[in-house]
Design a protein around this ligand. Structure first.
Ligand SMILES: [Zn+2]
Length: 213
């Protein structure tokens, strides 16, 4: 969501403090964390690390540059008559837990029941990416993806299931490896009609073709 605050607005000061820091400031913050970890940022192997980390952050958090609503709204097409379920399964999901800034890695399955409008499947994946490449909690991300599809496409229903491993759980804290978290949001027909929901679940749980990695 883009909120433009006029310069005269008292809230503008607040906005200014949230402005993106400079590259130098970001690199200095990484040096601080390197020292916090117990190492010496002046060590040869670490000299370029702050620069690399700063640019990696731009990639990991590129979702903030995207407006998922705009992404979908620009691309839908009116189609006559196609009213079967559209499912995109096994969408690679890369996100970052907002509590620990640790990776959340998994997959998303997205479906909708068109009501005259369809979008290219790549757009569904882009919406997952736009919400994924931010600081997130999985439950919120699942709801955001579903709600956006519902608002923009106005389909008869939307279903989103996300299965993901949280590295803050596997590499620290409770150290539970092999545990994945599953969240889902069913809206419209997927919530109200058990047979629609069953069809979706059997599609996403069904056998994968041999061509998939
Ligand atoms: Zn976490």
């Amino acid at each position: 969501m883009n909120i433009h605050t006029p310069a005269s607005d008292p809230a503008a000061d607040e906005t200014a403090t949230l402005a993106r820091p400079t590259q130098a400031e970001a690199e200095e913050a990484v040096r601080t964390l390197l020292r916090w970890a117990g190492d010496d940022p002046r060590r040869e192997g670490l000299l370029d690390t702050p620069k690399r980390v700063a640019s990696a952050y731009r990639e990991w958090f590129c979702g903030y540059e995207d407006d998922p609503v705009e992404l979908l709204a620009r691309s839908f097409e009116e189609v006559e008559g196609y009213d079967e379920m559209v499912v995109l399964r096994d969408i690679r999901l890369e996100s970052m837990c907002e509590h620990h800034m640790c990776p959340i890695i998994g997959k998303a399955h997205v479906a909708y029941l068109p009501n005259g409008r369809v979008v290219g499947i790549s757009k569904l994946a882009r919406v997952v990416e736009a919400y994924g490449k931010r600081l997130q909690i999985q439950e919120k991300m699942t709801a955001q993806i579903a709600n956006t599809l519902l608002d923009v496409l106005q389909p008869k229903g939307v279903a989103v299931v996300i299965e993901a491993v949280h590295q803050c759980m596997t590499t620290r804290g409770v150290h539970k490896s092999g545990v994945s978290m599953v969240t889902s949001r069913m809206l419209g027909a997927f919530r109200d009609d058990p047979s629609t929901r069953r069809e979706f679940m059997s599609i996403i749980q069904g056998p994968r073709g041999s061509g998939e990695g």
